[in-house]
Design a protein. Structure first.
Length: 461
């Protein structure tokens, strides 16, 4: 699915390979186009733009006084133009992989070229000074202290560092829900078997949990699953299947009162919603860089609250054992060998992009588009939308089904007919299945309306 050159990763069916190639001063990505020929159907989707014909990308307009309004289509279309998507592609899958804007691609290209052209950078990429600045930006972005941030390769990687490195004793109980991510549940089952822990899951698969009248229903269910033996609890911040925003703050407060360590799976919210670790009250929080944050693949972060840092141990530690040089705080968890310089640089570029738009304006825009989509889908006979009308329980991830149509059929019909709309299938415990659209700033109101019209056509046929 991806055409890779160095550390730059793109999908040539969705992104414009030739325009991205032009970001390189030396054109080292020229082989991307050759690789694209091996992607099924890619030749029919490649842009006809050549290097000689390529026009300079317009910059984002200055933010209006008071911030950009969520329905200011002229402004937000300018933002959408920062993404080098093919003209016939409507991309609504940022919950799996967020397409990077041109500024992030360019930062990656420059970083790869710098390393490849200067052998002396090989050592400095491990400890380059700019990493401190990126860490400061990350801490400000999620509302934490700088030394509470460890950079990881993904959400799952961060979940592993936090959970597998946490000190637990045989007989301790570890708790999650059956709607949490499968790989995390696998991780918990593995450690439970290895270390003699008791692994429990709260059942929230009943359809009444999809759009409850109040988040209290979920709070009560999770609280009922806690016992005196429970020592660790993890839940998703936003369920990746149905988009339900879990009542994290309330659940973490219950856990903290009972001495339970919490680790939140934040695979969706960073870049979608304004975040504040202090307000959430969790002990640990793992998130990705490559989804709504719009950084490169193989990027992420793990927040570890300072007051529990000594209870979480590195799985691999390559730092010094000399107390004078030993690395402390969450950073000790990332001392495990080589990392990708260009991927780390992309995190800083992505944060700069978000900060320019402001997290408040971005969240308001995503909620505006999501509300437009939800209302449009609900008006179609035969369409079921799994998204709450309560903004505290939903944001920019909208799952739905169309009559008795197979979700894979829906996804295929939307993708293989022009314009090509990219969404995905989802499924979960209790027989839940549907399709999922995850909206971001590369999407426009007109594109949302196009999706609604296409779904209406499927429902009618």
């Amino acid at each position: 699915m991806s055409d890779n050159e160095g550390s730059i990763k793109i999908d040539s069916r969705i992104q414009d390979s030739e325009r991205i190639q032009n970001l390189s001063r030396r054109g080292f990505m020229g082989s991307v186009m050759a690789g694209a020929a091996g992607v099924a159907g890619a030749s029919t989707l490649l842009s006809s733009v050549t290097e000689a014909e390529a026009e300079p990308l317009p910059d984002i307009a200055d933010i209006p006084p008071g911030g950009a309004a969520p329905d200011d289509e002229a402004y937000w279309e300018g933002v959408a133009n920062q993404f080098l998507l093919r003209n016939n592609v409507i991309y609504m899958n940022s919950g799996t992989r967020g397409i990077s804007p041109v500024s992030v691609h360019k930062a990656q290209v420059d970083a790869v070229e710098a390393v490849n052209s200067d052998p002396n950078m090989c050592w400095s990429t491990y400890f380059f000074a700019g990493m401190d600045e990126i860490r400061e930006k990350m801490a400000a972005f999620i509302g934490s202290e700088v030394d509470e941030i460890a950079f990881t390769n993904s959400t799952t990687d961060g979940m592993g560092l936090g959970f597998m490195g946490l000190r637990l004793d045989p007989g301790d109980e570890i708790l999650t829900t059956n709607y949490d991510y499968g790989w995390v549940k696998n991780m918990m089952a593995y450690r439970a078997k290895r270390d003699g822990l008791e692994f429990k899951m709260v059942d929230i698969s009943d359809p009444s949990f999809r759009t409850p009248d109040s988040p209290q229903k979920v709070i009560d269910a999770v609280a009922a699953g806690i016992t005196p033996k429970t020592k660790f609890l993890t839940i998703c911040h936003v369920n990746y299947t149905d988009g339900f925003v879990m009542p994290v703050r309330e659940i973490c407060e219950i856990a903290r009162d009972r001495g339970i360590i919490t680790l939140i799976d934040g695979a969706q919210p960073p870049g979608m919603m304004k975040m504040d670790m202090n307000e959430l009250g969790c002990d640990m929080y793992a998130g990705p860089g490559h989804k709504y944050m719009l950084a490169a693949q193989h990027t992420g972060f793990l927040f570890v609250r300072n007051d529990i840092g000594d209870r979480v141990h590195p799985l691999v530690y390559t730092g010094s054992s000399n107390p004078e040089w030993a690395i402390t705080g969450a950073r000790k968890l990332e001392q495990r060998g080589s990392t990708s310089y260009s991927d780390r640089v992309s995190i800083g570029a992505a944060l700069d992009f978000h900060n320019r738009l402001t997290v408040e304006a971005t969240e308001a825009r995503l909620r505006y588009l999501s509300r437009r989509l939800i209302q449009g889908l609900k008006a179609i006979d035969g369409v079921t939308v799994y998204a709450s009308d309560d903004p505290s329980m939903s944001c920019a991830l909208i799952s739905f089904s169309v009559k008795d149509l197979d979700p894979s059929f829906i996804v295929g019909r939307l993708w293989y007919r022009s314009p090509n709309i990219y969404i995905r299938t989802v499924g979960a415990a209790g027989g839940f299945s549907g399709v999922r659209a995850t909206l971001h700033v590369m999407d426009t109101a007109d594109q949302v309306d196009t999706l609604i019209d296409r779904v209406a056509g499927l429902a009618e046929s």
